[in-house]
Ligand binder design. Structure first.
Ligand SMILES: CC(C)(COP(=O)(O)OP(=O)(O)OC[C@H]1O[C@@H](n2cnc3c(N)ncnc32)[C@H](O)[C@@H]1OP(=O)(O)O)[C@@H](O)C(=O)NCCC(=O)NCCS
Length: 338
């Protein structure tokens, strides 16, 4: 049975059951990824940016013969933002290939259509069943990045310490656990906005104006995701010349997520990229003792970033794609298929 589900009011048993399904999916599809923990999972599933909405459904099995709560074996949510619905679907490996994934997508797609949105986007991970699944539903690939993973156990910390100081003397680096201080928000947002002009099309969410940046930092905190920032400041003008952002989610604190790394165009060629990333790893080592890995996503064309990541020891892991589909066509196709 598929029913609409609100994680804010769901029982702890239901939240635990979604976690069990998520971890079964990870074990089947991404066995190298760490399992998730229940910490702040409810908030992770319910908190959104101002102006966005997330609608969720679950597929619940029949109650077990001996009593107790019925397990949740499928979950779908759609995040409505701008003019697009961003979909995430999970089906427990024990019940796959029985049409549940398709049913969950149809349920969410009908709502997205009713809400007046025109397209649905989804992140699809390379070398997993999701590729065949979304292709069979008529989704097409828009964009592909490579996920790379750095095992902190392999890092040469002495070399990294040297990299962190090998920056032109016209700059200095600052570390901000929790996010940039309020007096730097405007300069920080300006640096992000400038790079957006030249490097659009990223998969990761970015924030460009000061209020949106504040909202996005606040949303991260509410979802149990701790942001860390290293900034390169230009001594003479005080402008933000470069920044790198890493988020440590309380749901999987052994593996952090690299978000944006930006060097503003006028400040490229001074060793900032390598230095801010090296400094970040050094800071994380003491700030997050449980951390063992950092993962990052890069466009395959971004050769400069890939080169720095390779020097730091990142290993390419797998493709990470963005697929999309026209909602009306999807609903029509799935309704005809039934
Ligand atoms: C992708 C996923 C939702 C599919 O769920 P499902 O219930 O097995 O899908 P369905 O039974 O509805 O399959 C519908 C169609 O998709 C296609 N499909 C599904 N799995 C496929 C696979 N492994 N290979 C090729 N095609 C596949 C088939 O055409 C299938 O129709 P058929 O069974 O009649 O041939 C499920 O595998 C899943 O949860 N994957 C993990 C999702 C994810 O990426 N999570 C993020 C990482 S945690």
């Amino acid at each position: 049975m598929v029913r609409e589900w609100d994680p804010r009011t769901a029982s702890s048993a239901e939240i635990g059951s979604v976690l069990d399904t998520l971890n079964a999916v990870l074990a089947a599809d991404l066995p190298q990824d760490p399992p998730w923990r229940e910490d702040s999972l409810r908030e992770y599933l319910s908190e959104v940016m101002p102006g966005e909405r997330r609608i969720s459904w679950v597929a619940q099995a029949d109650p077990p013969p001996g009593g107790g709560p019925a397990p949740i074996l499928g979950h779908v949510h759609v995040l409505l933002l701008g003019d697009i619905g961003v979909l995430e679907v999970l089906v427990h490996p024990a019940v796959r290939r029985s049409g549940l994934g398709r049913e969950l997508v149809l349920t969410a797609a009908r709502r997205v259509y009713q809400e007046g949105f025109r397209s649905i986007g989804v992140e699809v991970i390379g070398d997993t069943p999701a590729i065949g699944f979304y292709s069979s539903l008529g989704f097409t690939r828009e964009y592909v990045e490579t996920r790379s993973v750095l095992d902190l156990g392999t890092v040469d910390w002495t070399a990294l310490t040297e990299m962190a100081v090998a920056v032109d003397p016209g700059y200095h680096l600052e570390f901000y656990p929790g996010g940039p201080s309020d007096d730097l928000i405007d300069a920080y947002a300006r640096a992000k906005a400038e790079v957006r002009d030249v490097d659009d099309g990223e998969l990761r969410p970015s924030s460009y104006d000061p209020q949106r940046l504040r909202d996005s930092l606040d949303t991260l905190h509410r979802r149990g995701m701790k942001p860390y920032i290293v900034l390169a400041l230009h001594e003479r003008t005080g402008t933000v010349a470069g920044l790198t952002e890493v988020v440590v989610p309380v749901q999987h604190p052994t593996r952090a997520d690299q978000y944006d790394t930006i060097v503003v165009r006028d400040h490229q060629g001074y060793g900032i990229d390598r230095a801010i990333k090296a400094r970040m790893l050094l800071e994380l080592r003491s700030a997050e003792p449980e951390l063992t890995e950092v993962q990052t996503w890069n466009a395959q064309a971004n050769e400069a970033m890939l080169k720095v990541n390779a020097e730091l020891g990142y290993q390419p892991d797998r493709d990470w794609c963005e697929y999309s589909v026209d909602v009306a066509e999807l609903v029509h196709r799935l309704d005809t298929h039934r």
